[in-house]
Design a binder for this molecule. Structure first.
Ligand code: XMP
Length: 225
């Protein structure tokens, strides 16, 4: 079994984003379940660079575009399609824009392109308690109506992951995926999110900034099972 981990590729400012990412993927090979890019990479490397990076990922790796989309539907489709056409299969969007004229159009596009919606249920930063956490039930039910593949819920607040799992039991897809950032650099310990009901933990700097990323991943999670 691989590690239930998605590696966040956020290149440092002084590195070539494509070479940096490929070096990490080469080091980790297929031990993580997937890789995630975000705006820091996409803006610096462009879609051509993002495509080059996706093409060295193992064929069955989950390829997440963490775009945190929050716009009107047609514009989210323009942005999401750039990532999907570059080889990314799962796109993260904000829920608070709502369905009509927003997420409905994004989902229609993703479905037609064979890609998946990942909806933010909450976020890992402390400030998310003030707003996001108040609406977590509604966001999960919204995602269920949209046929979301999964949800982002914070490893930094495991009770929120448990809450997402609990709400999911009331939906037609209780096994929808939960992906959780917040391990390592943001303070949470490995496996904490999985134990709370997540399917994958997102890990960035704790692995990607290490001298030897493969060794760092193994130190965090133990030998692959
Ligand atoms: P680190 O280096 O902190 O990286 O392990 C974490 C990665 O996850 C992203 N991140 C989030 N993405 N919802 C998301 O969709 C969140 O709440 C969240 N918190 C962190 C972050 O951009 C980085 O790539």
């Amino acid at each position: 079994m691989r590690y239930p981990v998605i590696i966040a590729l956020d290149p440092p400012r002084d590195e070539d984003p494509v070479l940096w990412s490929i070096r990490i993927i080469d080091s980790l090979r297929d031990t993580p379940a997937g890789y995630k890019i975000g705006l820091p990479l996409l803006v610096r490397a462009g879609t051509k660079g993002a495509d080059d990076i996706a093409s060295v990922m193992p064929a069955d790796a989950i390829r997440v575009a963490d775009l945190k989309l929050a716009d009107i539907g047609p514009v989210m489709v323009l942005t999401a399609s750039a990532a999907v056409e570059a080889g990314y299969t799962h796109v993260i969007a904000h829920p608070f824009i709502g369905v009509e004229g927003g997420l409905d159009e994004l989902v229609n596009y993703l479905r037609s392109a064979g890609a998946e919606l990942v909806l933010l249920a909450s976020m890992s930063n402390p400030g998310a308690v003030r707003y996001f956490d108040q609406f977590i039930d509604e966001f999960v039910l919204m995602g269920s109506r949209l046929g979301a593949w999964g949800y982002v819920a914070p490893a930094t607040r495991p009770h929120m992951i448990r809450r997402v799992r609990e709400v999911l039991t009331k939906t037609p897809n209780p096994a929808a995926k939960i992906v959780s950032p917040g391990i390592g650099a943001q303070g949470q310990r490995p496996w904490a999110a999985i134990k709370a009901g997540a399917d994958y933990e997102i890990v960035g700097r704790a692995v990607t900034r290490a001298e030897d990323p493969a060794e760092a991943l193994e130190k965090l999670y133990g030998s692959p099972r």
